[in-house]
Design a protein around this ligand. Structure first.
Ligand code: GDP
Length: 447
């Protein structure tokens, strides 16, 4: 994948030579992110490509997702960011780091350009990342819908090639796979024009895409190096944690000794869980402890509708750092528009333990878990102490439940408004009907 470019001096311009002094620039793979409106087919497309283009070499290898994968195509390889909801992606973006080289903008042909399509266009443009458009779901629409979508796109500044613009647009069906190879080819063409290079002379520097606790292996993280090779035995620092790289597994499930820039790999050897979206950097062994001590002095403070009165106390447990972030962000958002809001007393990673239950009991909180289980003794304790524990597999179900709980705290207010006045003149007590008043309206009206 990486061949030296210094040898072919004819393709290296003066600027590159100056920039490359003391550096060892190599070609690197393009990193691609799929953006688009919800339900337009992002997941389906990523799943299709993963199934068709990623072969898992080892049985029992990594079959769970890494948050990114390297797809093989006859014309070259492409790295896809496959992070659910792209939490890490948006965090990295907030820090102004350009992660993706190319955006595939997916637009469902039946639905056309929608708010998140427009948002994605803006996002790609502000990061100056080229867009390749995939018009999806062409298996379920008439041909003319494709032109309708193209016209809508042109209204948002994306003029397709056939209409004299520069935007490459490929009709696809993520479901049947129709056109997906053509799309990959266009992405690779775009990448070739960009002449993507990485400097591999120094230690690896990059970012964490995902992290989680793995049984027997402790904290592991998917990382992508932007420059430099990452090797087994390297000391790395990331956010407030770090470690010595003890194993590297690529997205095909194969154990490797080193990872080239832009190749997503799962790394073990961290002392604690690094955070999705954090930078990592290889440091010299002798500096490692000192840098780690410095870094761990910084503590994360979770902000919510900060311990406001009447708010619902919550303890949240989840399986991975990326879902933790997504949850904190969503709950904070929910809190802002909510009736009472939530106090996030503790947001942790891992199964629900006795100490979580103790904390909940002592603070009058309830516990919600996402993609986690409750330990048996913790379940017994929760039952005894009447601590509510609810487990979820899907984030939006969890949020829906929180919304419901918040709704219930709504105070109902009764307001009396006088619209009329009457004087009772005579009362009739009628069997089977009740008491009836004969009255005369003195003011306003009676409805
Ligand atoms: P996302 O929200 O953008 O990730 O969208 P999904 O990938 O979850 O797709 C939303 C729905 O559209 C799912 O029910 C898919 O099966 C369906 N879908 C996605 N791509 C296609 C396609 O090419 N053709 C058809 N007919 N349905 C599709």
């Amino acid at each position: 994948v990486t061949k030296p470019i210094a040898a072919s001096a004819d393709i290296v311009d003066e600027k590159t030579i100056i920039a490359s002094q003391g550096k060892e620039l190599r070609e690197r793979l393009p990193v691609v992110v799929v953006l688009g409106h919800v339900d337009h087919g992002k997941t389906t497309l990523l799943d299709f490509i993963r199934k068709a283009r990623v072969a898992y070499r080892e049985k029992g290898g990594i079959t769970q997702h890494l948050g990114a994968y390297e797809a093989h195509t006859p014309k070259g390889n492409v790295v896809f960011l496959d992070t659910p909801g792209h939490e890490a992606f948006s965090k990295i973006r907030q820090r102004g780091v350009k992660v993706a080289d190319i955006v595939i903008l997916i637009v469902a042909a039946d639905d056309g350009v929608m708010p998140q399509t427009i948002e994605s266009i803006k996002r790609a443009k502000s990061m100056k990342v080229p867009i390749v458009v995939a018009i999806n779901k062409v298996d379920k629409v008439e041909q003319r819908r494709i032109d309708v979508v193209k016209r809508e796109l042109s209204q948002h500044g994306l003029v397709v090639e056939e209409w004299g613009g520069e935007v490459v647009c490929v009709p696809i069906s993520a479901k049947t796979g129709l056109g997906v190879d053509a799309l990959l080819e266009m992405v690779l063409l775009q990448a070739q024009m960009m002449e993507l290079r990485a400097d591999i002379s120094g230690g690896a520097k990059g970012y964490v895409l995902e992290s989680k606790l793995e049984k027997g292996r402790g904290p592991v993280a998917t990382v992508i190096s932007q420059h430099g090779k990452l090797k087994i035995g390297d000391y790395i620092v990331s956010g407030s944690t770090g470690g010595r790289v003890s194993s590297i597994v690529d997205s095909h499930g194969a154990r490797v000794l080193e990872a080239m820039p832009t190749i997503p790999v799962l790394v073990a050897g961290f002392e604690n869980l690094p955070e999705a979206g954090d930078y990592f950097e290889v440091v010299a062994k002798e500096n490692y402890r000192r840098m780690l001590d410095l870094a761990s002095e910084q503590k994360i403070v979770i902000q919510s509708k900060s311990h406001s009165e009447g708010a619902i106390n919550l303890i949240v447990k989840t399986d991975a750092d990326s879902s933790r972030e997504a949850l904190v962000e969503s709950i904070t958002k929910l809190s802002q528009k909510a009736e009472s809001g939530f106090n996030l007393l503790h947001v942790g990673i891992g199964n629900i333990s006795e100490s979580d239950v103790e904390l909940a009991y002592n603070t009058g909180a309830s516990i919600v878990g996402l993609h986690v289980k409750i330990e048996t003794n913790a379940a017994v304790l929760a039952q005894r102490k009447k601590v509510a524990v609810t487990l979820f597999d899907i984030i939006y179900k969890l949020l829906e439940e929180l919304e419901k709980r918040d709704e219930k705290t709504k105070k109902i207010e009764f307001v009396r408004v006088k619209i009329g006045e009457a004087e009772v003149i005579r009362v009739f007590d009628i069997k089977n009907i009740g008491i009836i008043a004969g009255a005369q309206v003195k003011d306003g009206r009676i409805v």
